[in-house]
Design a binder for this molecule. Structure first.
Ligand code: NDP
Length: 286
């Protein structure tokens, strides 16, 4: 039987990213103190938990945080007004609108209203265009986290066959572009892919972002492949990924667990994007 694959520790990797951010914040203290604003609309408890953890993470690395909390009854134009205020504040370098927004609010319009310079989520069409064009700019946090985990595992995508399952704007498409940028040969799969098992079976790197609990069995994984599981699915047993971890670790070379893999990286990369945005703001002033 093949040796068990190596578990990629996302918690430890995220701690290393936070430590890097902390040192960068210290080193830039005489120029600018990075500030991140969060906008929370409504009373969804999960969203409130996410926002609180972002604030705690900011505090630990010396990033200033600003919080705007609005009732679910806020109108589109009031919400846009708050975004405009944050766009104008010189002490705010990144703006994060916690999604999903309550029904009746136009998410796309809100995301597009955030100044592209303060888009630390990398979801603004300008940021997405920059990614497509290979120009520098903020990249979406979860995809950046996936790439960092490959680096942490010592896996260089250059020349490798990579299969990304899922084509959302949030995860699948940007991960595919980031892998392409690092010279992988990329296949992007989705719900109409006819032979998912065959595609995955040829892959040296698999990024699973389909949002279906344990949909990818270990038997599909090529021996020695690297598996990055983005999925977060709550089932009766608890949180599980899109890959069946127990069987996949028997074949993979490296694999991320769920929880404790990609999840912890997302906020760490948000902090890193905020530092980049703050640096760009002072460089732009020069
Ligand atoms: P979406 O629902 O937006 O996209 C899912 C994608 O998977 C779609 O492109 C869909 O195809 C594809 N898909 C669905 N079912 C299948 C299938 N059976 N076979 C092949 N492809 C399929 O999800 P997200 O991209 O937002 O999120 C994906 C997962 O990642 C979720 O579990 C989510 O919770 C998790 N996530 C985790 C984060 C983290 O921090 N770790 C951050 C963000 C998301 P089609 O386009 O054809 O419909």
């Amino acid at each position: 039987m093949a040796a068990l694959g190596i578990r990629i520790d996302g918690k430890a990797a995220a701690e290393r990213v936070r430590e890097e951010v902390r040192s960068r914040v210290e080193a830039m203290a005489d120029r600018v103190r990075p500030g991140l604003a969060t906008v929370l609309v409504g009373d969804d408890p999960a969203s409130a938990v996410y926002v609180r953890s972002k604030h705690r993470a900011c505090e630990k690395v010396g990033i200033e945080s600003v919080h705007v909390e609005l009732p679910a009854t806020v109108t589109q134009s009031e919400l846009i007004g708050h975004i405009d205020d944050l766009n104008a504040r010189p002490d705010v370098h990144g703006i994060l609108v916690q999604l999903p927004l309550p029904e009746g609010l136009d998410e796309k319009a809100v995301i597009e209203r955030v100044s592209a310079a303060k888009d630390v989520d990398g979801l603004h069409p300008v940021s997405q265009g920059r990614l497509l064009a290979g120009q520098p700019g903020p990249r979406p946090c979860t995809p950046l986290g996936c790439m960092r985990l490959l680096d942490e595992a010592g896996v260089d995508p250059r020349g490798k066959r990579a299969v990304v399952v899922g084509r959302s704007l949030l995860v699948g498409k940007p991960v595919a572009l980031l892998l392409l940028e690092r010279h992988a040969t990329v296949t992007l799969c989705h719900s109409r892919t006819t032979d998912l098992a065959g595609e995955i079976g040829r892959a040296d790197i698999v990024v699973a972002a389909l949002g279906r609990p344990r949909a990818i069995p270990g038997a599909w994984i090529k021996e020695g492949a690297t598996v990055i599981d983005v999925g977060i699915n709550r089932i009766a047993e608890g949180l599980v990924g899109d890959v069946d971890y127990e069987s996949a670790i028997e074949r993979a070379g490296h694999i991320t667990p769920v929880p404790g893999g990609v999840g912890p990286m997302t906020i760490a990369m948000l902090l890193s994007n905020t530092v980049e945005a703050a640096l760009r703001s002072v460089d732009a002033d020069v």
